[in-house]
Design a protein around this ligand. Structure first.
Ligand SMILES: N[C@@H](CCC(=O)N[C@@H](CS)C(=O)NCC(=O)O)C(=O)O
Length: 151
């Protein structure tokens, strides 16, 4: 069984889960929930052992494949799903269409989604009881918002 480490709130996780559903691979995946306390954005928090075994980066999604491979980001996981398990049914192996799809995926992932997570992490500094509110940067939040708007 392939093991995918997730939380429902993560859009990176949802990207992988939608790909699994579209390729009708649900019965080959176990979804393993992870917990994220409010200080996840700026501090190292306690992680499950099996999650760290799957990814030393300790970010979700992380996939431990049934043959023991560790795949530690949503785009690589989606490529594994499409290429290895999905027989290229969502994205062709070569050609113009492949690069059109990957162009959209790269802007969505590294533009929209990463800027959203970085912005959220920065905003959490301001929450009540935060250990480091003085480090909050409004200009960083605005920069991430501008990036999201462009994307
Ligand atoms: N480039 C990665 C980004 C993954 C990512 O940022 N995941 C967030 C949750 S949405 C995370 O695990 N953050 C925890 C942390 O940075 O400590 C991907 O495409 O999977």
């Amino acid at each position: 069984m392939n093991k995918l480490f997730i939380t429902p709130a993560s859009h990176f996780t949802r990207k992988c889960r939608v790909t699994i559903i579209e390729l009708e691979l649900e019965d080959r995946f176990e979804m393993i929930p992870t917990n994220w306390p409010h200080n996840w954005g700026t501090e190292t928090t306690p992680y499950r052992e099996d999650f760290l075994d799957a990814s030393p980066i300790a970010r979700i999604p992380a996939l431990l494949t049934e043959d023991g491979r560790r795949l530690a980001d949503s785009s690589t996981i989606c490529e594994y799903l499409n290429d290895e398990l999905g027989n290229f049914r969502l994205c062709p192996q070569t050609g113009k269409e492949r690069w059109e799809i990957l162009s959209v995926v790269s802007i969505a992932t590294h533009g929209l989604m990463e800027a959203q997570v970085l912005r959220r992490a920065e905003m959490l500094r301001k929450r009540e009881g935060s250990p480091n509110p003085q480090e909050f940067s409004g200009s960083f939040v605005r920069k991430m918002m501008d990036r999201q708007d462009r994307c």
